[in-house]
Design a protein around this ligand. Structure first.
Ligand code: ZN
Length: 187
């Protein structure tokens, strides 16, 4: 749970620390605004993917399903700066599928908390494996990290790519290739 009073106090200290005057007009309500914002940005830490992924329906056909270009925004735990981009999720059902909106919700559960991109990618894959029990899952995240592109030598727009495979995707190179081709289509 976000303790808003603590966050407000911390933001006041941070402002002082960077040499600002907290009492000036533009900053008066900043601690409160930041605290409210954190409440929203961290709400995934309180949520559970299980709740979304347990609403399944039966299918006969067990072909690969790909949901690509799911936009996400997260916060890097090393710098507390945003990282954001696209997530692509593929899975091979074993008689059960979920609605697309549930995959989007699952991404939000893991994105709305302090994160690193590798863990975000893996947690989404593991939640799908655990709750949907498909034959396999593959998750790819492409993200721009503000902690890298806003400072230092990295060029704006440069992206970090992480990939996680579970089950059938781990051994089958053809499945991985199919995933990559489908993701790249229309780019
Ligand atoms: Zn960072």
């Amino acid at each position: 749970m976000v303790n808003k009073e603590k966050v407000e106090e911390a933001v006041r200290l941070l402002l002082e620390g960077i040499g600002e005057d907290c009492s000036r007009e533009g900053l008066k309500e900043t601690p409160m605004r930041v605290a409210r914002m954190y409440e929203e940005l961290m709400e995934g830490a309180e949520a559970s993917a299980k709740e979304h992924l347990s609403k399944t329906f039966k299918v006969q056909d067990n072909q690969m399903i790909l949901e690509k270009d799911i936009t996400f925004y997260s916060v890097c735990e090393h710098h507390m700066m945003p990282f954001f981009g696209k997530i692509h999720i593929a899975y091979i059902p074993d008689g059960k599928v979920v609605g697309i909106s549930k995959l989007v919700r699952t991404v939000e559960v893991y994105a709305r908390r302090l994160q690193i991109q590798e863990r975000l990618t893996a947690e989404i894959a593991d939640a799908i494996m655990e709750n949907l029990k498909p034959k396999g899952v593959m998750v790819m995240a492409q993200a721009e990290h503000m902690c890298m592109t806003m400072r230092g030598v990295k060029k704006p727009g440069s992206r970090t790519v992480t990939v996680v495979t579970r089950g059938a995707f781990e051994k089958d190179e053809n499945l991985k290739m199919l995933f990559m081709n489908m993701v790249q289509q229309g780019e």
